[in-house]
Ligand binder design. Structure first.
Ligand code: NAD
Length: 309
């Protein structure tokens, strides 16, 4: 039994930080790939040189080509441009479409059995594109967004209540845009429904901040977008897969009738294990939640149509 192999495409902020989390957790050996000469090699070597200090045992290799990514178990795709202040995720579609088409075909050729974790924005649309271009079964192409969006909601609730982030459980549905659907009704603090701890107006304010959470970071950074929490989200998915944890996590997956939606990649709770998507969990929703979900699905469908596949 060899070590697991995690390849990360794109050695920018999200990719390099994902390499850091994955190596430190000893999920397997890590290959960091980018088209820029020297950047993936330099970051990978630097990270590997941190391993004797931090005491993690994982080989980390940087490369400009796909040979080293051969036979990966998991591939995290972060290649593509991030947004800057004033941009929506949709503004990235044309440029990132070209990048994802080229990356995914090469990844699929070198690692035909891998599970793809997509991170590049616009997330739902790029996950759809990766599903179509890879030819992989729908269980093996999964986008990361819901983990990040729920982490933001959990962080804001913890700050508001002055309690540990660890005690907050929540779920979220929908696309990774400002129309995402956080679910306060499915949110608890150590089992206590959120509605018993906070008034509706406060919950609404935190939901709104969650929806705009990506933009909040973009406006602060000015030169790019969030990367610590997004990369941690992608690595949590890789860990669930590689350790067959069967975690219930909100992820972006291809829907074929679930939630009344077809031919779309969309955020829903799934069971995530060694086979990838092991099941999709359908929640009971109120009329209001259903209406929000429909609105979010319409905007993702519009974006997918822009791909002109
Ligand atoms: N899903 C999410 O929740 C989420 C969160 C944050 C960021 N993102 C997205 O992740 C992507 C990466 O963000 P970042 O901050 O790391 O950007 P970045 O600019 O720091 O890094 C992107 C890297 O991709 C590389 N790249 C470009 N074309 C490539 C190709 N053909 N092959 C390999 N590498 C290529 C670039 O050279 C660059 O190093 C963006 O699209 C961003 O919007 C998604």
């Amino acid at each position: 039994m060899g070590r697991k192999k995690i390849s990360i495409i794109g050695a920018g902020f999200v990719g390099a930080t994902a390499a850091h989390w994955a190596a430190e957790k000893e999920l397997g050996d890590v290959v960091l790939m980018d088209i820029l000469e020297g950047i993936p090699q330099g970051k990978a070597l630097d990270l590997f040189e941190a391993s004797p200090i931090e005491g993690f045992d994982a080989r980390v290799v940087g490369t400009k080509g796909y040979e080293e990514t051969k036979d990966s178990d998991v591939v995290i795709v972060t290649s593509g441009v991030p947004r800057k202040p004033g941009m929506s995720r949709e503004d990235l579609l044309d440029i990132n479409k070209k990048i994802i088409e080229s990356v995914v075909s090469q990844v699929a050729e070198k690692s035909p059995k891998a599970i793809l974790i997509m991170v590049t924005n616009p997330l739902d649309t790029m996950t759809y594109l990766a599903y179509k271009k890879s030819g992989f079964p729908k269980e093996r192409v999964i986008g990361m967004a819901g983990i990040l969006d729920t982490a933001r909601f959990r962080a804001f609730i913890a700050l508001e209540l002055g309690v540990s982030v660890e005690d907050i459980q929540t779920l979220l549905l929908g696309g990774h845009g400002d129309e995402m659907v956080p679910l306060p009704r499915y949110t608890t603090v150590s089992g206590i429904p959120l509605s018993q701890l906070l008034p509706k107006e406060t919950i609404d304010r935190l939901v709104d901040r969650t929806r705009k959470g990506g933009g909040e970071i973009v406006n602060l950074l000015k030169t790019g977008s969030a990367f610590y929490a997004p990369s941690a989200g992608a690595v949590q998915m890789a860990e669930a897969i590689l350790k067959d944890k069967k975690r219930i996590l909100p992820c972006c997956v291809y829907l074929d009738g679930e939630y009344g939606l077809k031919d779309i990649c969309f955020g829903v709770p799934i069971k995530l294990g060694t086979k990838g998507v092991e099941s999709i969990i359908e929640l009971q929703l109120t009329q209001e939640e259903k209406a929000l979900l429909t609105k979010s699905a319409e905007s993702v469908k519009k974006s997918i149509a822009e791909l002109k596949l």
